[in-house]
Design a protein around this ligand. Structure first.
Ligand code: NAP
Length: 289
């Protein structure tokens, strides 16, 4: 926590429900302290019923900005004055900046994912990505990948209609990106992975009650030169990541995405680069508690 809260300290917050498990207060308060910036980050339980009041409150209190989490990432859109390009395409917002009383919404989730690959030395341009899952996280990742100019995206999901919705947005807006969907089927997945560059787990398998599960159980689906990434960050090394390691694949855990989506939000609010090493250390330690 920031040690020197004064009458000048500016508020930055998180709204959503639940918020008590969020790593964002720890991340941002660590960064404010490290850079000696006079902000404090607090989490507020706001859901769809009190969303309008919650947004008004952030404005009234003159918060510099705030993060938005489930279940209001989409329903907040009508309360914002402006949207960034990626937020408009994704149809969801995770970061809001208060510009003299006007609220501008951004979505830094997909940007954070791409940056987590870049920091491991992997450039996404012209590559083929295979995703499993078509929820909010998959949507942000897939659309950001299209913005970045990847060659091909294949989305597998149990409910194929949800994957088709994402596919449609990409087809309409990015004519150079090849995109297709499939129901979740092992044989189709194996076939698509033969010439893929990156596999992304965008489901909760590997986390919480599903910790012993993985979207891919057979290491023979993977090749040594395939990058295997998991959006799940608790535990940091999921079952999928461990299976990929046995095959010698390059791995990218979900910690990078959570850190970098926060770093982009931090830059939007403060204009400063987040001190990554201090924040990474704080959240890795925080997760192990
Ligand atoms: P979501 O909107 O609830 O979507 C979940 C997706 O996973 C859906 O497509 C769902 O398929 C699929 N799924 C759920 N259970 C499954 C199962 N047993 N087998 C196969 N598919 C299954 O969730 P989300 O917000 O996209 O989040 C997905 C994961 O990403 C979560 O674990 C979350 O913690 C993680 N995440 C990480 C970051 C980060 O910064 N690292 C950011 C956001 C999210 P159906 O559509 O068929 O139900």
């Amino acid at each position: 926590m920031n040690q020197s809260i004064t009458g000048n300290t500016r508020l930055i917050g998180l709204i959503g429900s639940p918020v008590t498990h969020s790593l964002s207060p720890l991340m941002h308060n660590t960064a404010f302290k490290k850079l000696e910036l006079d902000y404090a980050y607090l989490a507020f339980d706001v859901d769809t019923e009190n969303l309008e009041d919650g947004v008004k409150a952030m404005k009234t209190l003159n918060a510099s900005g705030f993060n938005v989490t489930m279940p209001i990432k989409e329903s907040i859109l009508p309360y914002l004055d402006e949207l960034s390009r990626e937020a408009k395409l994704i149809g969801a917002v995770n970061t809001v900046k208060n510009i003299n009383g006007r609220l501008k919404g951004y979505n830094t989730d997909g940007m954070g994912y791409v940056k987590s690959l870049n920091e491991e030395g992997f450039e996404v341009g012209k590559k083929k990505f295979v995703l499993v899952g078509a929820g909010g996280a998959a949507r942000s990742v897939a659309i950001q990948l299209a913005i970045e100019g990847v060659r091909e995206i294949v989305i597998f999901n149990r409910d194929r209609d949800k994957a088709d919705e994402i596919c449609q947005i990409i087809r309409e807006n990015f004519h150079d990106v090849e995109v297709k969907t499939s129901e979740l089927n092992d044989e189709f997945l194996r076939r698509e992975l033969i010439n893929a560059d990156v596999f992304v787990n965008c489901t909760p398998l590997g986390m919480g009650p599903h910790e012993e599960k993985s979207v891919i159980e057979d290491p023979e689906f993977l090749r040594e030169d395939l990058v295997v990434s998991d959006l799940v960050y608790h535990p940091i090394k999921t079952r999928l990541i461990k299976i990929a390691e046995t095959k010698g694949c390059e791995i990218v855990t979900g910690i990078g995405m959570i850190l970098w989506q926060g770093a982009y939000a931090f830059k939007i609010w403060t204009g400063e680069e987040m001190p990554m090493e201090a924040v990474r250390k704080a959240i890795v330690t925080g997760r192990q508690r």
